[in-house]
Design a protein around this ligand. Structure first.
Ligand SMILES: Cc1ncc(C[n+]2csc(CCOP(=O)(O)OP(=O)(O)O)c2C)c(N)n1
Ligand code: SF4
Ligand SMILES: [Mg+2]
Length: 313
């Protein structure tokens, strides 16, 4: 898909929403809608509560110009399952003629890694035809930056504080993309807003597939990660260049690594861009130990994906 053309497509969030400047979730919501429109698809969206939801639908306004359903934290995938089933029945009965309708869930990490995990898993297992998009900003941002199971090791949140006894999150993050893979979906991917052609191609593929699909997109959050909103793409790119956020896809169980940095940057390059890691900036033996653990975890995860991809070459 031509990116210049994509930029001219009139789809996406209407202006006036209250997502922060530089918010990755806004970029993701806009791109998904533009790609769908460019492909001639009409979307029905279920949105789990979170920043994307509350900041785009402040009563009595909405920034959504397409059918959009408010959901509790835990049931967006259950809602879309019902809508997709109704669509199938109505089509069978001839009461709906269109076959270009596609169903999409937008969920944050809290709504997907944690509280909505059961409804997402159930909808995948039942093989509903829908696309689940996670905008992963690595914490419960909308309610004031509490840790989620996607919060990375060492990061500050209000519930993983910094002091003499604690140095941010003390356990590694959950790997939701691999959990989606375990459902043996026809299409699973991990993507970044800083790698636009790759992201657009993945959205296209995921919307085309006959069955459930899943894309996990790292969603930069200047407010919760503490960086200048102007740097949002720089931060997103560094996540990939350090292998913190590998770009890969799994097509019918076959792993494909989409990008490997020529020279993997050390994780300190990612850490030093964000105030949520400020306590790790000082060179002390304790910090060196934490950073070494973070680096080890990232290298292990990346090499694991690389090995899986090499099995399918
Ligand atoms: C069952 C339930 N628990 C708690 C809440 C309050 N709540 C609403 S949004 C939210 C945080 C959402 O986090 P996430 O899904 O990561 O989205 P983000 O705000 O980061 O965009 C919480 C805790 C809720 N709505 N429902
Ligand atoms: S707090 Fe973060 S996720 Fe929420 S609107 Fe602001 S930048 Fe986006
Ligand atoms: Mg979040």
């Amino acid at each position: 898909m031509n990116l210049k053309e994509l930029a001219t497509i009139d789809a996406g969030l209407a202006p006036g929403h209250r997502l922060c400047p530089g918010c990755g979730a806004a970029i993701i919501a806009n791109i998904v809608q533009r790609v769908a429109r460019a492909k001639g698809y009409e979307l029905v969206v279920a949105n789990a509560t979170g920043c994307l939801e509350v900041a785009t639908t402040i009563y009595p306004y909405t920034s959504w110009r397409i059918p959009w359903i408010h959901n509790a934290f835990e049931n967006a995938a259950a809602t879309i399952s019902g809508v997709e089933s109704a669509y199938k029945v109505l089509k069978k009965k001839g009461r709906v003629k269109k076959d270009n309708i596609r169903f999409v869930v937008f969920g944050g990490d809290g709504g997907s890694y944690d509280i909505g995990l059961q409804s997402m898993s159930g909808a995948f297992e039942r093989r509903h035809k829908f696309l689940y998009i996670v905008y992963d900003n690595e914490a419960y941002m909308n309610t004031g930056i509490q840790r989620s199971s996607a919060t990375p090791l060492g990061a500050w949140t209000t519930t993983t504080p910094i002091g003499s006894a604690h140095r941010g999150k003390e356990v590694e993050r959950k790997d939701l993309t691999m959990i989606a893979v375990a459902h043996r979906l026809p299409y699973v991917a991990q993507a970044s807003i800083a790698f636009l052609p790759d992201l657009v191609r993945k959205i296209e593929k995921a919307l085309d597939v006959d069955g459930p699909s899943f894309i996990n997109i790292l969603s930069t959050c200047p407010r919760g990660w503490y960086f200048d909103p102007a740097d949002t793409l720089k931060v997103a790119r560094m996540a990939v260049e350090t292998n913190f956020w590998p770009l890969f896809e799994v097509v019918n169980g076959r792993f494909i690594l989409n990008y490997e940095p020529k020279e993997r940057k050390p994780i300190t390059e990612w850490i030093k861009l964000q105030g949520r890691y400020k306590h790790l900036w000082e060179d002390t033996p304790q910090n060196r130990e934490i950073i070494a653990r973070i680096q080890r975890d990232i290298d292990e995860r990346f090499n694991y994906i690389k090995r899986l991809a090499s099995l399918h070459e």
